[in-house]
Design a binder for this molecule. Structure first.
Ligand code: 5AD
Length: 342
């Protein structure tokens, strides 16, 4: 272990002790009881302290490029599910992906997230070529394109992909099964472990407000993130999409989302935690508040305007894309919060 890793280990041990003094321990019943507390301010403060000590004042800005809304899966909450016939489907060309990513890099983005539905047209080889080209800009590349074979992840890794984002969605077997006619929790988790073994920085995460979810299932979601050794975790509220089976359900609780993010920070002090876009859709205020409750990452869409509105995982109002202007505006907002855009 080099000395910085050693220092981090010591810091982590010290933070774990402090977490424990506040009753934050990696045990489902204990975490569920915390999530049910009437007053959560003690944990919001602790999460903010941990964030400052491990991450400083930086807020990391990521560019997300939604390159295909084709999806072979039928996840019951997602607007891109293949049964949604109301949606016109698009696919960017590899050349346009590379150009857009290069524009984002010129605007100051240091990470490009390539996200899509599970679209078999984009073979690992095609995606690997795109990754190699984007890496030439100096930006880090995150891929978020769903479940693949271990061999396919390896191809992406060897092309230079730095990170992979794939939320486990829910750690509860029964809920997982009821929402995903096309996959299993076991397979999802196996994928996440494969990615970790292949040397990716791995992002997982889950939704708040899924039918059947309780504080205890949320606690188990947090414990799964911890067990997976996630480098990043996106925790966002479920937002009903009108073209899905779950259209009539209420959206997830904004307050519970903040609580889960705060506990994630306390349990995983070095983890990168985004203020999820879904949270911003429901509550612009809370989206900012969550940055003083543990979060340290924000994503901005750089998807071309022409196709942007077709990438609606959940409904949201979208403006035309202006990569450089939106980056500048966001940097201003971050500075206004007393934080440092990176
Ligand atoms: N509401 C909130 N989040 C959703 N996602 C998909 N559909 C919804 C929805 N209706 C999230 C999932 C997925 C990520 C890309 O978006 O967590 O992993």
């Amino acid at each position: 272990m080099d000395s910085s890793a050693g220092r981090r280990g010591e810091q982590l041990a010290a933070l774990r002790l402090r977490a424990e003094e506040h009753g934050v321990i990696p045990e489902a019943k204990a975490l569920a009881a915390l999530l049910r507390r009437r007053d959560f301010s003690e944990f919001y403060r602790l999460a903010d302290d941990f964030r400052r000590e491990t991450k400083g004042d930086a807020i990391l800005i990521r560019a997300i490029l939604e390159f295909s809304n084709h999806c072979r899966r039928r996840c019951r909450y997602c607007g891109l599910n293949s049964e949604n016939r109301a949606l016109s489907r698009y696919r960017l060309s590899p050349a346009e992906m590379v150009e857009t990513a290069a524009e984002a890099a010129r605007a100051g983005y240091r990470t490009i997230v390539l996200q899509s539905g599970e679209d078999p047209w984009f073979t690992p080889e095609i995606l690997a070529d795109v990754v190699r080209e984007i890496k030439k800009t100096g930006a880090a590349v995150t891929v978020s394109a769903g479940e693949k074979r271990r061999e396919d992840y390896r191809i992406l890794r060897e092309a230079g992909a730095d990170r992979y984002l794939m939320k486990h969605e829910t750690a509860d077997e029964r809920i997982y099964r009821s929402l995903h006619p096309c996959g299993t929790l076991e397979n999802r988790v196996r994928g996440l472990r494969d990615l970790k073994e292949l040397g990716f920085e791995v992002g997982s995460g889950f939704m708040i407000g899924l039918p059947g979810q309780t504080e205890e299932t949320i606690a188990r979601d947090l414990l799964l993130l911890l067990e997976l050794g996630c480098d990043m975790a996106g925790i966002g509220p479920f937002v009903p999409h009108p073209e899905t089976a779950l259209r009539d359900l209420p959206h997830g609780s904004v307050a519970m989302t903040s609580r889960a993010v705060a506990l994630a920070r306390i349990l995983m002090p070095f983890c990168n935690l985004p203020a999820t876009t879904a949270l911003g859709v429901l509550d612009g205020e809370e989206k900012n508040a969550v940055f003083s409750r543990g979060a340290n990452v924000i994503m901005r869409k750089v998807t071309p305007s022409r196709v942007k509105r077709l990438y609606q995982i959940y409904p949201s109002e979208l403006r035309d894309t202006d990569i450089a202007a939106e980056r500048r505006a966001l940097e201003g907002e971050i500075r206004a919060m007393g934080r440092v855009p990176v």
